[in-house]
Design a protein around this ligand. Structure first.
Ligand code: X2X
Length: 336
């Protein structure tokens, strides 16, 4: 019996030693968190998982990124603070929400500025994107070069079918935390309420607001069709996600890990753009089967309403001539 116990003890000790050794050899040099507000099934999270796997492999296990979807680390306002103070190392965020810290970043979200995706990517991978990234860097965050796609936004509602801008008068709509969003829906005469995405489903299901606006990929993956009946295809603005890093955490990485990480995040961003475009093209049929009714309003009427309300003049003044000129050059028309 004594012998058996000794053997067992020895066995346990050896196992513990092996485990410690194993951990030491295989623990990553850097384990970073990456937060976002979207469900795991959204193309952003699918491609982020791919990027994280690629980074782990190419770094020989030295760089590990753990992804926290669905606002698990906090809502967007809270997570923006975390990525600033280093509690979270990476965070993907809409340029418009980021404008609470970097006002100029919102310029890509001006209503009806981009006619199509070709114009969006040319601008965001070109001069307009470079301008926004330089502004973001001034505030101490490091944006990856390629912006991820959210998509062209559509308006959903629980009761009202939206066909004209007049239908938006007094409409209780949720908007993300950003002055530009507030301003745009106020210009339509709606009653916008700021709510973080983490609380949107509940706000819709309890009737705190009657509607919201988001690309179809979000209406689908976040199951907003369960609490929204109608969808107006307004394409009223394009929205994306800057992949932001905390500056100190980024600079702590050796050159090769920075390179590997940026390469995979940027490559996966490009694949994710294709995924989102596909989803947004095909998901309307699925959403219809789930019980949503679609309308296709005349977009020009919405844009004219904004123009008449002085929306473009006001924001041209806020962004300033330099930024506005870069935007107009990118979209090829005068917006005011
Ligand atoms: O909050 C939203 O509506 C969302 C998910 O589209 C953004 O992050 C801007």
């Amino acid at each position: 019996m004594t012998t058996t116990r000794r053997t067992m003890l020895l066995g346990t000790g050896t196992l513990a030693l092996c485990a410690a050794f194993h951990t030491r050899v295989h623990a990553a040099d850097f384990t970073y968190k990456l937060a976002n507000n979207l469900p795991l099934t959204h193309p952003l999270n699918i491609r982020l998982a791919e990027a994280a796997a690629g980074i782990l492999e190419e770094s020989g296990g030295r760089m590990k990124i753990n992804i926290f979807p669905s606002s698990q680390l906090g809502n967007d306002t809270e997570t923006l603070s975390q990525v600033r103070n280093g509690a979270t190392e990476f965070f993907s965020l809409s340029p418009l929400i980021l404008s609470t810290l970097v006002p100029q970043a919102a310029i890509s979200g001006i209503g009806f500025a981009f006619p199509d995706y070709a114009t969006v990517w040319k601008a965001m991978d070109g001069e307009l994107g470079a301008y926004a990234r330089a502004e973001i860097e001034k505030k101490g965050l490091v944006p990856m070069e390629k912006i991820w796609d959210n998509g062209f936004r559509q308006i959903t509602s629980s009761n009202l079918a939206i066909n004209t801008p007049e239908d938006l008068k007094g409409f209780k709509i949720r908007v993300p935390p950003s002055k530009l969003w507030q301003s745009m829906f106020s210009a339509f005469g709606a009653a916008p309420t700021t709510i973080n995405f983490a609380e949107v489903y509940t706000a819709l299901s309890t009737g705190i607001v009657d509607g919201q606006e988001n690309p179809l990929a979000i209406a689908s993956t976040a199951k907003l069709y369960e609490v929204q009946k109608n969808c107006a295809m307004t394409n009223h603005m394009w929205d994306g996600f800057w992949m932001l890093a905390n500056k100190k955490a980024w600079e702590r990485l050796p050159d090769d890990l920075r390179e590997i990480t940026a390469k995979h995040l940027n490559t996966s961003a490009l694949s994710q753009r294709t995924d989102v475009a596909k989803v947004n093209d095909t998901v309307r049929e699925e959403l219809t089967k789930s019980g949503m009714t679609f309308t296709d309003p005349d977009k020009t009427a919405f844009r004219d309403t904004l123009r008449q309300a002085g929306f473009y003049e006001e924001w041209k003044g806020k962004f300033g001539d330099e930024a506005w000129a870069i935007l107009e050059k990118a979209v090829g028309v005068s917006l005011t």
